[in-house]
Design a protein around this ligand. Structure first.
Ligand code: HEC
Ligand code: CU
Length: 324
């Protein structure tokens, strides 16, 4: 896992998405492991019961009927007591206790790093209140540290689901749901919106990127800088175009007049691994394509087509890619 020094290389960003782990069968942290253990125990117990029922059914079918009585007696009361009351209680009560203990353990620990996650149609806003960083569609976390997620929604109900890190948690408008996770191994992990939320629900992905604590500290320092200084003429022209075309009505670039809150924060768009919440890997080409016609890459999304002048195109994209 690297924090990109050079935004030009699209290849490793594609890899990042392709290699992102996303299987609930391979937990990479304690929260996912607890859920997965519980699931395996339940699967084993209920498979055993299912097989037992099938055996009893087979025995019943094979056994020759003893009497010609059209209404056979209800059966032995002991069979009903044991099979209908005692056995289910012996199986279900321990499972209930196990589930309650797991649920208790799923409460976030006190010393966690807080991240605020807000779902929008169809992207994720990610804020680090302790360091004042805002990014979108990816969450950087330090390996081995509990992360407390405070989640809400800006429009409809969404659901955050990183299968190899934790279960699903709903993001509900007007409410804050709290959950936590911890990643034990550096790497990228895919998360997905798991609550149908409209046209582009399926393309509302999110990457959880786990880096070593040292890399995370470096990342934090780097992302805290407002990326405002467009040092050469091309980038300055690009920055002017951004302001003149109304992009700043919807997007924020910290340190500039662009303070819009309708779309993702673009302060560090140059280092984003993907565009459109996982639709394409971020590169000069895909960024130009996105700005020219966002509706082609992600039909129905809430960014209107832009009318950037031909001569402003290259400067605008160069400027945005330089916002590492
Ligand atoms: C009416 C509001 C609006 C305007 C105006 C607007 N955008 Fe967007 N933009 C959005 C929204 C909403 C998204 C998120 C779309 C999605 O992924 O579903 C977005 C996404 C993006 C992204 C992808 C960000 C990411 O992390 O995936 C870029 C880059 C972008 N816009 C650049 C621009 C530029 C450049 C302009 C001006 C030419 C502009 N936008 C104008 C609302 C807007
Ligand atoms: Cu959704």
């Amino acid at each position: 896992m690297k924090i990109y020094a050079n935004p030009q290389s699209a290849a490793n960003r594609i890899e990042e998405f392709l290699e992102a782990k996303s299987s609930g069968f391979h937990p990479f942290g304690p929260v996912a492991a607890m859920i997965s253990d519980l699931w395996w125990v339940m699967l084993a117990v209920f498979t055993a019961i299912f097989l037992l029922v099938l055996v009893l059914l087979a025995l019943g079918l094979l056994r020759r009927r003893q009497s010609k009585d059209p209404q056979p007696p209800l059966g032995d009361i002991r069979f009903i007591t044991w099979g209908g009351l005692v056995m289910p209680a012996l199986i279900l009560v321990p499972l209930l206790v196990y589930t309650l203990i797991t649920t208790k353990k799923l409460q976030p620990p006190g010393d966690a790093l807080t991240i605020r996650l807000t779902g929008y149609m169809w992207w994720w806003d990610v804020q680090y209140p302790e360091s004042g960083i805002t990014i979108a569609n990816e969450i950087y976390v330090p390996v081995g540290q509990p992360v407390r997620l405070e989640m809400t929604s800006g429009d409809v109900i969404h659901s955050f689901w990183p299968p190899s890190l934790s279960g699903k948690t709903d993001l509900i408008p007007g409410q804050t749901t709290v959950h936590w996770l911890q990643v034990d191994q550096a790497g990228s992990y895919r998360a997905q919106c798991a609550e149908f939320c409209g046209l582009q629900h399926a393309r509302m992905a999110l990457l959880v990127i786990a880096v070593s604590p040292e890399e995370f500290a470096a990342w934090t320092t780097q992302r805290q800088k407002p990326m405002a200084v467009a040092e050469d003429a091309t980038k300055q022209q690009g920055q002017r175009a951004f302001m003149n075309e109304g992009c700043g009505e919807c997007h924020t670039i910290r340190g500039t007049a662009a303070q819009g809150k309708v779309g993702p924060d673009l302060t560090h768009i140059g280092s984003r691994s993907s565009l459109g919440a996982g639709v394409v890997a971020n590169s000069y080409g895909s960024l130009a394509g996105w700005v020219a016609n966002p509706q082609a890459l992600k039909p129905g999304n809430r960014m209107p087509p832009s009318y950037v002048k031909a001569e402003d195109y290259h400067p605008l994209i160069t400027y945005l890619m330089s916002l590492e």
